[in-house]
Write a protein that binds this ligand. Structure first.
Ligand code: HEC
Ligand code: HEC
Length: 439
């Protein structure tokens, strides 16, 4: 959480209220309130790229690519294998989620090392950059848990991100950009793709490798455009309806919201209020933190052969710090960012096709449900860590963190929430699922 944002939030709340705040404060009032004018947030990034992301033709093309399972080797895997609307654009296979929430790719014996993040609301991440907060250098933006899709290639992190799964041996497993382009040019929508390349200005006199790079760029931009469309960034949750003045929260949800914003400190990193121009909140400030989450012993990555995971059982997920090690300009900041992961949106955090559907939480799927991660925020530091992995032990102790450096002790660990208060926060989190009401 950034200090200046906290101040801004307080100021905005004052301004809003002095201008005659129309947000319903208690559930009974909502029905009688006029609808509130809210806005969709603006995606950040390069101006030209943002207009491409709003382009309906690019959005349609991106949708076709996203669901096309011929773009993998062997064929069978599409983006939607690991990101589907029914699961809030996270992993849609309940059995995989139950086993640790880490997905196999096109080669069925090869698993990745982290839980699929939601592909929704990812286009809003700013290009990875640093900000100065008091004397600390703070990293903000980027896609992936560790921020390595920076947005510096195509002008938007989600567009940079969208190129990477195709070439990842544990995901789509295609050899190189030329193969990705060749697959798209053999697809059922090859004609439309050629038209789009022409409209975007592809110069057919350029040499073949340059044309491939440009076409691979259009593929990344088209996927990000689909993710930016109302089909993915829906803003149709009960909480959105509440902010629009069209729904009321139950007493428990209302208490949960209050706890989320105050005693629980959740909104410090997962902002929940309207922006200065009435923009709907994204439930992430795109900063990075180490929550002290333990390693997940069920992570199938530990069992991958040395050509996939050279460190085997000794692999440690260093998060942002691990990525910064590969960036010479950021070498001085590696140590301060070991173990930090990007704050995920909490939109759709509980979205599931039915009540039996399993979902795990945290970048490595350590937590079996929302209740346990909420309990972790509340009690992590109440009982000391012990050298034991795999969940709470018989005495109710939490295991030690995977990375002991940089654990956030200012905003979590001993929140003194009662059981009822934890339950109220859970009730509020369930209001963030899209599909409650059309925009
Ligand atoms: C085999 C599973 C798998 C497939 C297939 C897959 N992803 Fe992912 N996706 C993941 C995982 C795992 C992560 C998190 C990885 C990390 O952070 O290191 C992720 C992260 C993302 C994110 C980051 C969101 C954020 O807020 O940072 C986006 C966006 C995304 N994927 C979109 C896509 C698109 C588009 C495709 C198809 C081109 C795709 N994914 C294919 C598993 C998959
Ligand atoms: C200091 C910043 C910060 C605060 C405060 C904070 N969070 Fe988080 N939250 C994060 C980060 C960072 C992650 C990802 C951590 C990881 O997986 O390593 C996360 C992850 C989560 C997840 C898992 C999402 C997923 O898709 O796996 C949930 C749920 C969550 N937070 C809820 C809450 C609640 C509820 C509170 C208040 C009790 C809260 N957070 C307070 C930063 C914060």
């Amino acid at each position: 959480m950034r200090f200046h944002e906290r101040v801004l939030t307080i100021l905005c709340a004052l301004v809003l209220c002095s201008a005659g705040c129309t947000l319903p404060n208690n559930p009974q009032e909502a029905e009688n309130q006029p609808a509130v004018q809210v806005q969709l947030p603006r995606a950040s990034g390069d101006h030209q790229v943002l207009s491409l992301l709003e382009d309906p033709e690019l959005q349609n093309m991106g949708e076709k690519i996203f669901f096309d399972n011929t773009l993998s080797d062997p064929p069978g895997v599409s983006c939607s294998t690991c990101h589907d609307a029914v699961a809030g654009w996270g992993g849609p296979d309940s059995a995989v989620n139950l086993a640790g929430n880490i997905y196999p790719g096109a080669v069925p014996t090869r698993f990745g090392n982290r839980k699929p993040s939601s592909a929704a609301y990812a286009t809003y991440a700013p290009i990875l950059h640093t900000e100065l907060e008091e004397d600390d250098v703070l990293f903000v933006g980027g896609n992936f848990w560790d921020g390595r899709a920076t947005g510096q290639i195509l002008g938007n992190p989600a567009a940079d991100q969208a190129q990477q799964p195709f070439l990842n041996p544990v995901e789509h497993n295609l050899k190189d950009a030329a193969h990705v382009v060749a697959c798209v040019e053999k697809s059922a929508y090859a004609g439309e793709f050629a038209e789009l390349c022409k409209r975007l200005g592809l110069d057919k006199t350029l040499d073949a490798p340059t044309q491939i790079q440009l076409k691979f760029g259009y593929i990344g931009l088209a996927l990000a455009a689909f993710e930016q469309s109302g089909k993915v960034n829906a803003f149709t949750s009960k909480y959105d309806a509440y902010l629009r003045g069209r729904a009321s929260l139950t007493a428990s949800e209302q208490r949960g919201l209050e706890l989320f914003e105050n005693k629980g400190k959740c909104a410090d990193c997962h902002p929940s209020s309207l922006g200065p121009d009435g923009e709907l909140p994204l439930f992430t400030d795109f900063t990075y933190d180490n929550l002290g989450i333990p390693a997940n012993p069920d992570n199938p990555w530990y069992r991958m052969p040395p050509d996939i995971n050279p460190l085997g059982r000794n692999w440690i997920d260093e998060g942002l710090g691990g990525f910064l090690k590969t960036q010479p300009q950021y070498a001085a900041y590696v140590k301060d960012n070991l173990g930090k992961h990007r704050v995920p949106t909490l939109r759709n955090v509980d979205k599931r096709p039915d009540a039996q559907f399993e979902k795990r939480y945290g970048h490595n799927g350590y937590f079996p449900d929302l209740a346990s991660i909420t309990h972790f925020y509340n009690t992590r530091d109440v009982k000391p860590f012990i050298k034991h992995v795999g969940g709470l032990d018989a005495q109710g102790n939490w295991p030690q963190p995977e990375v002991a450096d940089n654990v956030n002790t200012d905003e979590m660990g001993d929140l003194k929430l009662t059981e009822q208060e934890e339950n109220d926060i859970l009730a509020f989190l369930k209001t963030l699922n899209d599909g409650f009401e059309a925009r």
